[in-house]
Design a protein around this ligand. Structure first.
Ligand SMILES: Cc1cc2nc3c(=O)[nH]c(=O)nc-3n(C[C@H](O)[C@H](O)[C@H](O)COP(=O)(O)OP(=O)(O)OC[C@H]3O[C@@H](n4cnc5c(N)ncnc54)[C@H](O)[C@@H]3O)c2cc1C
Length: 432
């Protein structure tokens, strides 16, 4: 870890890497500053790597190396053009990490710690590519693994593990985000098919996926998962434009008009919204890791910049107010690392509750949001230039703050757990 990492992260690339004539390379300036100040640049301040298993370190380093070579150098241009680097998909497949903790069916069956480390590495490089992976691997594949029958798992997961087939998770609707439990999309049985009607919004990979899991309400009022295969008539997806965060990954607005799916495409073990929540509870801890990854990148970049940037005749890292910011960022990151590790250990031993995951998502997203804002400030004007990467992380953090349950909704889940009173509906609190 340490200086090698942040040098790679800050290396300018492509058209965004243009060095001004006469300006020493940032790496050189950092190296010069680091020589005069014996800087400890690692974000692993408490040597938490010692808590990791060798295979967890290996998987993290595999993703890290890929990101440093393939993602960081090119992502700013994609982000600016609001395009996804599709050419990376076969290379991501080669990493052999699709499905995360899913056991079998071609997936690696990682520990929850390893899955978290992978999520953090993607985020540390780029939130958009991390979102593509997260939707496919954690939301879509995990839904099938947890709620599909054996036959359904055999049918869909191996090709998804190889990333020959991409998945999406369609829950949110234009009128129902935080209250997704009230979703209005319907599924009506007609012979050997279910017929789906409704609308979805914000569905990651929704315009490109081969298998989109549409959560819809059956005639009995229960929510079920219906896998819609690419090209099914009546399924229309429009890429959402005008986003100011995660610009390099696509979300779609979806209209379902009389979409027919065969009965065997209804997830066999989903009988109510509670089952959908079980999937979300199971994947939410990875979002906490993602917030950690983004915060780590922002810290590393801010530290590197502060060591290299001189004002008033000295590196700005030498000013007390800048050091105060850096020290507080590192303190938060260190506590986030510890929480993530422990939460994943609880997940691995089957003891992670929904509220435990929500506590980490709430805490980490809020802390990471403050950290990227401080990093942006430390970079001064450079903090709003894509070249320096922090601007992208700063923008992307806004989406992570909101998705898979907003800050307030996570607080309400924790509040219900610690008081026994549910305040989520806004009505008079009920016993949770
Ligand atoms: C980039 C991105 C990617 C996404 N990807 C997917 C995806 O792949 N699949 C999918 O199904 N969804 C996806 N989503 C949807 C995401 O999960 C929702 O945006 C999120 O749940 C919030 O819903 P909303 O945007 O409708 O906000 P709203 O629910 O309208 O919330 C607006 C505000 O009201 C507050 N609020 C709402 N209810 C309460 C309450 N009871 N008490 C206090 N405050 C409350 C919220 O905290 C928030 O501040 C994605 C969203 C984004 C931004």
């Amino acid at each position: 870890m340490g200086s090698r990492i942040f040098y790679t992260l800050i290396r300018p690339a492509g058209t965004h890497g243009g060095r001004r004539r006469g300006t020493p390379r940032l790496e050189e300036r950092c190296a010069r500053a680091a020589r005069s100040l014996p800087a400890v640049t690692t974000p692993d301040f408490y040597a938490l790597e010692e808590l990791l298993e060798p295979e967890e370190i290996e998987i993290r380093d595999r993703v890290r190396a890929f990101c440093e070579k393939e993602v960081t150098p090119r992502i700013n241009e994609y982000w600016e053009r609001a395009e996804f680097p599709f050419e990376l998909v076969p290379r991501i497949a080669e990493l052999g990490i699709s499905g995360g903790t899913v056991q079998g069916y071609g997936s690696p069956g990682m520990s929850a710690v390893a899955a978290g480390l992978v999520a953090a590495e993607w985020a540390r490089a780029d939130g958009s590519v991390g979102t593509f992976y997260g939707v496919h691997s954690f939301l879509a594949m995990q839904s099938i693994a947890m709620l599909g029958s054996e036959e359904q798992r055999e049918r869909w997961l191996p090709a998804m593990a190889r990333m020959e087939r991409i998945g999406a998770f369609g829950l949110t609707e234009p009128r129902h985000g935080s209250d997704a439990v009230a979703l209005e999309t319907t599924a009506r049985r007609d012979g050997d098919s279910y017929v789906l009607d409704g609308q979805k919004k914000w569905i990651g990979n929704g315009s490109i996926a081969d298998h989109v899991i549409i959560w819809a309400r059956g005639e009995d009022g229960a929510v079920g998962g219906y896998v819609v295969d690419k090209g099914t008539p009546g399924y229309e997806a429009t890429v959402m434009t005008g986003k100011t965060a995660l610009r390099a990954v696509w979300q779609a607005e979806i209209t379902l008009t009389g979409v027919r799916v065969p009965v065997e495409n209804k997830l066999a073990n989903c009988s109510s919204f509670r089952d959908v929540s079980r999937v979300l509870d199971r994947t939410r801890y990875t979002v906490a890791w993602r917030a950690l990854g983004l915060a780590t990148a922002a810290y590393e970049l801010a530290l590197a910049h502060a060591l290299g940037r001189e004002q008033f005749g000295q590196p700005i890292a030498g000013f007390q107010l800048v050091q105060d910011k850096l020290a507080r960022m590192l303190a938060e990151i260190t506590s986030m690392q510890l929480m993530c590790w422990r939460l994943s250990k609880l997940a691995d031993s089957g003891r992670m509750t929904a509220a435990m995951a929500s506590l980490a998502k709430m805490n980490h997203a809020a802390k990471a949001r403050a950290i990227v804002a401080d990093a942006r400030d430390i970079l001064g004007g450079d903090g709003i230039l894509l070249d320096h990467h922090v601007a992208r992380h700063h923008a992307d953090m806004e989406a992570i703050f909101t998705f898979e349950g907003t800050d307030s909704v996570q607080a309400l889940i924790v509040g219900r757990e610690i008081t026994g009173l549910s305040a989520i509906s806004g009505r008079r609190p009920e016993r949770g």
